[in-house]
Design a protein around this ligand. Sequence first.
Ligand code: SF4
Ligand code: SF4
Length: 77
Amino acid sequence: MPQIIISPDSCKGCELCVHACPQQILGMGKKINSKGYFYAEMVEQMRCIGCRLCCITCPDMAIEMKVNGAMYHYFSY
Ligand code: SF4
Ligand code: SF4
């Protein structure tokens, strides 16, 4: 099963990933990160279909995906 990992301190709270997720399982949390932003959180991991739209959409590369133990970093150039 794909696992989504969001790095709180890399997130600027733009909500693009929240709107990009076709399963609507990402949401904005109530906690503030070290930059002073509310950051995105996974709400219902079990329903993730591994489409990676959230990873691709995030302008700050704050989202990574782990599938069967392998970590995938997107656009981390
Ligand atoms: S991989 Fe797809 S379904 Fe899973 S959280 Fe990201 S956008 Fe949503
Ligand atoms: S797209 Fe990236 S920066 Fe924007 S809310 Fe989602 S994780 Fe945070």
